[in-house]
Design a protein around this ligand. Structure first.
Ligand SMILES: Cc1ncc(COP(=O)(O)O)c(C=O)c1O
Ligand SMILES: N[C@@H](CCCC[NH3+])C(=O)O
Length: 464
């Protein structure tokens, strides 16, 4: 893992020099760590698990998210193997559909859902409810009721109102709800402000320093239908600097120990959350699950030993680190333009047939991506290019700066790696563009797992 300066924004624009200061990479070769295991180039054509991008575009159209199923499964398994004594909850908000939920179940992971909709997908996939955790800072009564009725394994409480709602619902349904309490440890996660969740001034969790966390613990312990399993801390997403996890673990374990000493309750569990960063560009060098496990398990063990408490049963919630690298988005180029810049330089704009409706992350967080020509070999000199979408926004950027062969033209296919997390799940219908399809590829076979929306789908909602 590379070391970072505190405060740098990783995977977001601004954490590295401008692309034009870097050397262009050979456009006919891939930088392996940005792509799923099964992806390579054969005579310039991108292939995944033995299927060519040209064939995928012909069969499924573009834009399409293409998942290397084995890569997704391998990443899920590698968290399980690195944390053998912990429960690994895949964070479904990163990407969820029935097929993905089944892969997660088959690889032995648990599932974190954060809405009634995600819960419904999990249930449609026959995901065992006891292995599901329900998150959310504003769960509705209906969502809580459904979770209790189907018997989810745990509900992560995020507000005082939720404690009252659960108290009433558990009495009405005559059930006991296993719960965790989400706390904010007051740490800086060194990621984009919008995906940072453990500083004090934000909406998630109960503050430890402000005393709400202990208050929530008392109230839950007082509620007859609630069984408090432990504390939960999630400090943010796309994090590379592991100090944040360490500080948070220490602070939460101190509260855990205080609960044992002051209230006489030894909580059996502790959830460390997710947030592990992935490589979007050549500048990002993420930790492996093994690295993460070594660091996090040691901190927990050392801290518990220092405080004289038993090590609680741990859980983690990786989302992006499982789904993100498994997928690339395949686009077709429609138009190109060269624009003169101050100082005599030019920028080449390459427009593709998707954009912020299938990947809002560049517009929302200034996130940086890379891309490659996927449909042919090219010997044309590389030109600094900006890949943009088809939406009516100048911020509709897919890849801010990339060296692409100067002959890229209408009809070429481009592929953007690392789009498995928070792209389809954050997709929109902006400009009434139907949401893109998701195709899983394994052993030379491509299978549609989420079909493309159609204009008819959009019209069904418009009741005139
Ligand atoms: C509570 C919780 N757990 C897990 C995750 C997954 O985060 P990531 O996809 O960065 O691993 C999130 C999202 O940030 C979250 O809010
Ligand atoms: N949507 C964010 C991550 C949020 C994680 C959920 N709390 C991203 O794309 O980076």
């Amino acid at each position: 893992m590379r070391s970072h300066e505190a405060g740098a924004l990783h995977g977001q624009a601004g954490d590295r020099g401008p692309a034009w200061l870097r050397n262009p990479e050979d456009p006919n070769r891939l930088v392996p760590h940005l792509w799923a295991d099964g992806v390579s180039k054969v005579d310039g054509v991108l292939t995944v698990a033995g299927v060519s991008a040209v064939d995928l575009a012909a069969e499924f159209g573009t834009p399409t998210y293409v998942v290397d199923e084995d890569d997704f499964r391998r990443r899920a398994r590698s968290f399980k193997e690195a944390f053998p004594d912990a429960d690994v909850y895949y964070a479904g908000k990163a990407f969820l559909c029935v097929a993905a939920a089944r892969w997660i179940a088959e690889e032995g992971l648990n599932l974190d859902v954060c809405s009634g909709g995600e819960l419904a997908v999990a249930l449609k996939a026959d995901f065992p409810p006891a292995r599901i955790g329900l998150h959310g800072n504003n769960k509705s009564l209906a969502e809580l009721r459904r979770a209790l009725e189907v018997g989810v394994g745990r509900i992560i409480i995020d507000s005082f109102e939720e404690i009252d709602r659960l108290r009433e619902l558990t009495a009405e349904l005559d059930v006991t709800a296993p719960v965790m309490i989400r706390v904010t440890a007051g740490v800086e996660a060194h990621t984009h402000e919008y995906i940072s969740t453990s500083h004090e001034d934000q909406k998630f969790g109960f503050s430890i320093t402000g005393g709400d966390a202990l208050d929530a613990v008392r109230r839950v312990l007082d509620a007859p239908g609630l069984e408090l399993r432990g504390l939960h801390s999630h400090i943010g997403s796309q994090i590379f600097v592991t100090d944040g996890f360490e500080v948070a673990a220490r602070r939460v374990l101190r509260l855990h120990a205080e609960i044992e000493k002051e209230l006489g309750v030894a909580l059996p569990e502790f959830d460390l959350g997710g947030g592990f960063g992935i490589a979007y560009t050549t500048q990002d060098t993420p930790s492996t699950p093994d690295d993460l496990a070594r660091g996090m398990l040691k901190i927990v063990a050392d801290e518990c030993a220092a405080m004289g408490i038993a090590v609680p049963h741990l859980s983690i919630e990786p989302g992006r680190a499982i789904a993100g690298p498994s997928t690339f988005t395949l686009y077709e180029v429609g138009t190109t333009k060269s624009v003169a810049l101050d100082g005599g330089a030019a920028r080449r704009y390459v427009s593709v047939d998707g954009g912020m409706s299938d990947n809002i992350r560049p517009a929302l967080y200034g996130a940086d991506y890379s891309c490659t020509l996927a449909s042919r070999v090219s010997d044309a000199p590389a030109v600094l290019s900006r890949v943009v979408g088809k939406h009516c926004e100048s911020g509709d950027i897919v890849v801010k700066d990339e060296f692409l062969p100067g002959d890229v033209a209408a009809g070429d296919l481009l592929a953007v790696p690392g789009t498995g997390a928070y792209c389809r799940s954050l997709a929109s219908n902006y400009n009434h563009v139907p949401r893109a399809a998701v195709v899983a590829v394994r052993d030379g076979e491509a299978r549609l797992i989420l079909r493309r929306e159609t204009e008819d789908d959009l019209m069904t909602l418009d009741v005139g």
